[in-house]
Design a protein around this ligand. Structure first.
Ligand SMILES: CSC[C@H]1O[C@H](OP(=O)(O)O)[C@H](O)[C@@H]1O
Length: 345
């Protein structure tokens, strides 16, 4: 299952908001359609969002009908609209910066079609890089996965959250491929159920043993000694290693720490944001109340009840055993070792 696929002049999107009940694809022909797909969680997951906005930016250039001089200001509007979709995943801003830099580099290119070709090429490179990074994350992460490990994961950091293969699920896939006979506990991940709807679906398709649990069961499993390792994805990693990820990750990290269970974050270096010193500076998206009161259109709470719906939380670095990237596993102290890693990039 590919979350997104470039078709030459449109972006095919697998509408994840309908999985696993329906498999619905649609072709986004404009940057506004890409923006709406991200806001509606049809495409989601930090790296997948990064690749999607890169193609959205390229679609903006394709849509543009003015003269060459007017392109930069039009593309600023495109970038503003795409940046306004979701605030937490830094991959979105990282990808748009790459596209903006590419546009600036071809300021002497007069032919609009040539500019469009260059931007599409950059978006393709971002997507291809993500695929390569995920497989490297899988290889490095496999080093810390014991034989027959019972691994708990939260939300979906799989192929559906990336261009291909996944980050946390990339490590799980690689361990499975290496014949380690691992088993996965997948947190359902309220309120949008990315774990129940997407992680369980992905792992079953790959015939990786998976058991779905409610989020409130993670601590009980750990208390029973049934969890050997926790691996999750990330949306933004601060310079000191504090990590923003799906709401509920912090609770899992504290529980793992209390039970002496290793807790790893798996993410490409495009998720590391050295401009953010600590997790306190990471913007946390608050999503619509409706997502808490309904589940697939079924009302699950009083229609007028007050709701609080933060989409992410921040896990302090002290609870993180290691950060698995495409360049290797980063150990604490993260403020030193993340800087070394990024300088090496
Ligand atoms: C490969 S990291 C994906 C990351 O993004 C998810 O958030 P959302 O489903 O809201 O886009 C979640 O935090 C995952 O860990």
């Amino acid at each position: 299952m590919k979350s997104i696929e470039w078709l030459g002049n449109s972006l095919r999107i697998l509408d994840q908001s309908k999985l696993p009940v329906e498999t619905v694809y649609r072709n986004a022909l404009s940057y506004k359609e890409v923006a709406e797909a991200i806001e509606h969680m049809e495409v989601r997951g930090a790296p997948a969002i990064g690749a999607a906005v890169a193609y959205g930016y390229a679609l903006g250039a394709i849509e543009y009908q003015g003269d060459r001089e007017g392109l930069p200001s039009f593309m600023e509007e495109v970038q503003d609209r795409l940046e306004a979709t979701r605030p937490t995943a830094v991959n979105l801003f990282w990808a748009l910066r790459r596209m903006e830099d590419r546009l600036r580099e071809c300021w002497e290119v007069e032919d609009l079609d040539e500019v469009r070709r260059i931007l599409i090429e950059e978006a393709n490179r971002i997507a291809e890089d993500d695929c390569k990074m995920n497989r490297l994350i899988g290889q490095h992460g496999n080093e810390i996965v014991p034989e027959k490990a019972n691994i708990l994961t939260h939300c979906n950091a799989g192929a559906l959250a990336t261009v291909e293969y996944g980050t946390a699920l990339g490590v799980i896939r690689k361990a499975h491929e290496a014949g380690k006979n691992i088993h996965v506990y997948a947190d359902e991940t309220r309120p949008l159920l990315q774990g129940a709807r997407l992680t369980a679906l992905e792992l079953m398709k790959d015939k990786i043993p998976v058991t779905l649990i409610a989020d409130n069961m993670a601590g009980y499993l750990m208390q029973q000694g049934k969890v050997d390792l926790v691996i999750v994805g990330a949306d933004r990693i601060a310079a000191n290693g504090d990590t923003a990820n799906k709401i509920g990750t912090y609770s899992v990290a504290v529980l793992a720490h209390a039970h002496g269970i290793p807790f790893y974050v798996a993410a490409p270096t495009s998720t590391i944001d050295l401009k953010v010193a600590t997790g306190q500076e990471i913007p946390i998206e608050v999503r619509p109340d409706k997502e808490m009161r309904e589940c697939f259109g079924l009302q699950v709470a009083p229609s007028e009840v007050n709701v609080y719906n933060p989409a992410f939380d921040v896990t302090p670095a002290k609870y993180i055993t290691g950060i698995i990237t495409e360049k290797g596993i980063v150990a604490p102290p993260y403020s030193v070792n993340l800087l070394k890693l990024m300088v090496r990039s």
